[in-house]
Design a protein around this ligand. Sequence first.
Ligand SMILES: NC(=O)c1ccc[n+]([C@@H]2O[C@H](COP(=O)([O-])OP(=O)(O)OC[C@H]3O[C@@H](n4cnc5c(N)ncnc54)[C@H](OP(=O)(O)O)[C@@H]3O)[C@@H](O)[C@H]2O)c1
Length: 266
Amino acid sequence: MRITFIGGGTMGEAMIKCLLTQGVAAPQDIVVSDISPLRRELLSKEYGVSTLTDNGKATEAADLVILAVKPQNLSQATEEMLKADSLPPVAMVLSIVAGANLDSLCRGLKHPSVVRAMPNMPAQIGQGMTVWTATAEVSQKQRERVQTILGALGEEIYVENEKYLDMATALSGSGPAYVFLFIEAFIDAGVHIGLPRDIAQKLVLQTVLGSTHAVQETGKHPAELRNMVTSPGGTTAEALLRLERGGLRSLLLEAVTAAHDKAKHL
Ligand SMILES: NC(=O)c1ccc[n+]([C@@H]2O[C@H](COP(=O)([O-])OP(=O)(O)OC[C@H]3O[C@@H](n4cnc5c(N)ncnc54)[C@H](OP(=O)(O)O)[C@@H]3O)[C@@H](O)[C@H]2O)c1
């Protein structure tokens, strides 16, 4: 299967790396079109993929075209493809561009088989979470290919209704930034009470990782697990009171709602 990337930046590279390491594609299957000479040089040297500057040429004979440019560069990239009229009618297009909906992608490309996906940053290490949807014209076989490709980035979930993509943008797309902020502040708190930074970091990272696994593996509601570690009148109860007083729960609700509003209007 010939896979063409339009844009070989951070996410394009993350996808290429995962596809190659998981054995989903070989370097000779991948073509990358990017306007940046630095990116083209890096990708061909590091991964052995072919690189081009011409989006029209790059899509010739492609089975799958992955749109991985920034939202502000999308219309220019699709116009170039349209002008060249090179997108094979049987090809499938997979867009990871935030805010670009299926309808505008199909109209922009004059092409019916389009997948819209929202991966997230941990895809760079094969631990991503991708939510995706597709137009009715994407065949069952093509959907299975999408699952394999997005599965190489970590976990993937298909949703029938496109409105969930904007919600996923606010939750899992932007989510790593919220978690990084929490981790950063948690480590700083450890340092504040006197722990050496390296020890504070190790404690926090394993606590976040272990707690995530505990929710996954026990299948218990997070509140039930929280109650299990909160002794009456103890230290955890004291800390939780401060977190509730500070509005952590409602603040998170507001933050995700604000990100969702923004995603809907991109
Ligand atoms: N980063 C994330 O965590 C993340 C998560 C989910 C979804 N996304 C989505 O993924 C997309 C790509 O994000 P990114 O972080 O990978 O962006 P990026 O690092 O800026 O990569 C985009 C690449 O495309 C190149 N480019 C610009 N215009 C082009 C054109 N007309 N034709 C071909 N190449 C062109 C850029 O070159 P120049 O730098 O020279 O402009 C750059 O090398 C975005 O739409 C974003 O919404 C990103």
